[in-house]
Design a protein. Structure first.
Length: 201
């Protein structure tokens, strides 16, 4: 999954980074994600691959999971009213239909078995539940240029092993009974999709 060379506070520090592009990108992503969310203050919220992102601080009773125990230990100190667990996105240890809203942001491009992730999201998502997924759109020329730059020049690259296009992510969601409600882009190449649990007639 994620590159274990990345520091535990990577996402948190991005919001005050001296790298203005990195800071802008992370702030834009968070703003666009939150713009897709209605009032979930009293709902069950799961953040998959929460890392050290401040996203979870916007949901007081949310649960965050990440495969990296160092990131979990870091975010526990920043978000004290939420619950955190070291857990694999492909094996969510929660009961069926548990959550009203699931976030999976900048995660699936780090995992080969996307079907396992989506199957687990589908299982834990309640009736009329919402899912927000973000990932780079590999169908965009700008993203492919950014990916090439990091692969060649950045110390650890981006650790992406399974990049998707808009159409591929849409098809993945639909395969698991999720209907697309809305989508947004950061810099026209980082895709944010909001799905809803399809209602069976």
């Amino acid at each position: 999954m994620r590159n274990n060379k990345i520091k535990a506070d990577y996402e948190w520090q991005a919001f005050s980074s001296l790298n203005l592009l990195r800071r802008w990108w992370k702030q834009q992503l968070l703003n666009k994600v939150l713009a897709l969310v209605n009032d979930y203050s009293d709902k069950a919220v799961l953040v998959i691959g929460c890392g050290s992102s401040p996203l979870i601080t916007h949901f007081s009773s949310a649960i965050g999971i990440d495969i990296d125990p160092d990131k979990i230990e870091f975010i526990k100190r920043k978000a004290t009213s939420q619950q955190f667990f070291v857990m694999d996105a492909r094996d969510l240890r929660f009961e069926d239909n548990r959550f009203d809203l699931v976030f999976c942001l900048e995660v699936i491009e780090h995992i080969k078995e996307n079907d396992k992730v989506m199957s687990e999201i589908k299982r834990v998502l309640g009736c009329n539940g919402k899912v927000i997924i973000s990932t780079p759109d590999n169908g965009k020329i700008l993203w492919r240029a950014i990916q090439l730059f990091y692969d060649r020049l950045a110390p650890y690259g981006l650790d992406h092993i399974n990049l998707l296009t808009f159409g591929e992510l849409l098809a993945l969601g639909e395969r698991y009974g999720l209907e697309l409600e809305e989508w947004k882009y950061v810099a026209r190449c980082d895709l944010v999709m909001k799905f809803r649990q399809a209602v069976m007639v």
